[in-house]
Design a protein around this ligand. Structure first.
Ligand SMILES: [Zn+2]
Length: 313
């Protein structure tokens, strides 16, 4: 199998339906596409990363076929699948959804209709069967058609399969959403973490799908237990390492500490924001406004628990 590391200019969308054969793209998906996709070879054994397609797309190719860990956004599906076929000679037969957001599930409709196995947590499948009202985005997302839904789901802990090596996927309860999973490739010392870990920007607790900062803290500890100093951590927003996960844990613990104090003192959200609870972190993480607002809203159903998660907990 020949892999090259190069930047793909906008793949010809006119060619995409031909490349995809029976899995031809619906015309509405051809309307928009990113200007370029970045194909980055991660090792010599069939592992590559596509960036620029919404969220990160990890491509694992080998004798068992091609797996995608997340599929990017709907706007990118033609470019992603054409790029994968061009690089690997195959279309994916296995797809993971790290969670239910639109930057991760773009390939579901095409690959699901073509018969691919789509693995996700059961909560992700349930979210995708219904209309999602994203309060922090002021946006409504319609349900997916049945053929685009995850067709292999799990509830608890983790499961392991053999697909071009060992793949273990496990549940990260109520972190970024209530359906987050990681995918661990132990032989390659690589850990795919979706949006539970954030690179180059503050993380987000999507309270509309039951994400919250206490669940994120638990999940970061769960991920740290799977990492050593050389583990490559692949987030939807970029490549990180164990030290970065540790820094995010310190950030979230500090904010949880201040959230607990503010809520128990009866502070309002404007008062909490005015106290600049992330002042020590903004240089490294950027604008904290959305993180703080979603962390606050997500904590309200957990107000009796939040003080277990602060730095002093
Ligand atoms: Zn997300």
């Amino acid at each position: 199998m020949t892999f090259t590391s190069r930047r793909f200019l906008n793949t010809s969308l006119a060619a995409a339906p031909l490349l995809l054969g029976s899995a031809a793209l619906p015309s509405r998906l051809l309307a928009a596409t990113p200007a370029s996709l970045d194909w980055q070879l991660l090792d010599r054994d069939g592992l590559a990363l596509i960036e620029g397609a919404g969220g990160s797309v990890l491509v694992l190719a080998g004798p068992d076929g091609v797996a995608l860990i997340d599929g990017g956004s709907v706007d990118s599906v033609g470019s992603v699948l054409a790029t994968v076929e061009q690089q690997t000679g195959k279309l994916p037969s296995l797809l993971f959804n790290s969670h239910c957001h639109r930057d991760q599930i773009g390939c579901n409709a095409v690959l699901g209709a073509a018969g691919a196995t789509i693995i996700a947590h059961e909560n992700t499948r349930l979210w995708l069967t219904t209309e999602i009202l994203s309060k922090w985005e002021q946006q409504v997302y319609p349900p997916l058609p049945a053929s685009a839904l995850p067709n292999k789901t799990f509830y608890y802990d983790s499961e392991t399969i053999d697909f071009n090596g060992t793949l273990t996927y496990g549940y990260l309860p109520q972190a970024h959403t209530d359906g987050d999973i990681y995918v661990h490739l132990p032989e390659r010392n690589m850990l795919f973490v979706g949006d539970v870990v954030s690179v180059g920007r503050y993380p987000l607790c999507d309270f509309s799908t039951n994400g919250w900062i206490g669940g994120m803290i638990n999940s970061l500890n769960q991920l740290l237990a799977l990492c050593d100093d050389n583990t490559r951590v692949i987030a939807s927003s970029g490549i990180a390492d164990k030290a970065h996960v540790q820094k995010q844990l310190e950030l979230c613990s500090a904010v949880a500490d201040k959230l607990g104090t503010a809520l128990y003192q009866g502070s309002s959200l404007p008062e909490f924001l005015a106290s600049k609870p992330t002042a020590d972190f903004d240089t490294a993480w950027g604008n904290a406004d959305l993180f703080l607002r979603t962390a606050w809203e997500g904590t309200l159903p957990h107000v009796t628990e939040i003080r277990r998660f602060g730095r002093r907990a």
